[in-house]
Design a protein around this ligand. Sequence first.
Ligand SMILES: Cc1cc2nc3c(=O)[nH]c(=O)nc-3n(C[C@H](O)[C@H](O)[C@H](O)COP(=O)(O)O)c2cc1C
Length: 204
Amino acid sequence: MSSILLVRGSTRGDDSISSKIAVELAENLKAATGAAIVERDLAQNPLPHIGADFSSAIRLPAEQRSAEQSEAIAISDAVVDELLAADTLILSSGFVNFGISSILKSWIDHAARAGRTFRYTENGPEGLVKGKKAYIVLASGGVYSSGPAASLDFAEPYLRSVLHFIGITDVETIRIEGVAFGPDAAENAVNGALARARDLARAA
Ligand SMILES: Cc1cc2nc3c(=O)[nH]c(=O)nc-3n(C[C@H](O)[C@H](O)[C@H](O)COP(=O)(O)O)c2cc1C
């Protein structure tokens, strides 16, 4: 059975708008394709930040790693295994200071692994996560898809770049923008995103 990995990166728990849309998208995709949903809620179960043990261990063969280094790599391996096992990836986050949440950034730091999700070749880096589709779900108080704040969007271009780097080039984005512009604006943005989630699932 195909599977959808839903990575929830909002820090706002049940109040999260990006989570609401990402869950809806996952459910719509499940209904359309029969895929199973595997959920990783990074707020409930945050990954540790990568540190000295991880950064040194990735350059060592397994048998030369200390217990601490092995532990750091095991966390990353679990993230990578989960990613490689999925056919579809959904990454969701709210904007936090013009970028993604630090809990989602931490997931990326564990997921981008030389030798597992990308490798260096004579022609430069090559992504190893092939044949998958990804959806990015981003909620923001302001509007970044166009207008004066567009150059301050360090979330979507960053996520697309990282996904491309590890080999995922089929990427769709759902934005829920301007949620700080009052209740009507927020409701319109959520309704627009719900409709887009339905359309994307229909096209899957
Ligand atoms: C600490 C913090 C920083 C934020 N930074 C931004 C920002 O830089 N740009 C923006 O448009 N909205 C910003 N917001 C608003 C959130 O992006 C908005 O509330 C969004 O709904 C959060 O996504 P979520 O509901 O999925 O958690 C920020 C909110 C918080 C709590």
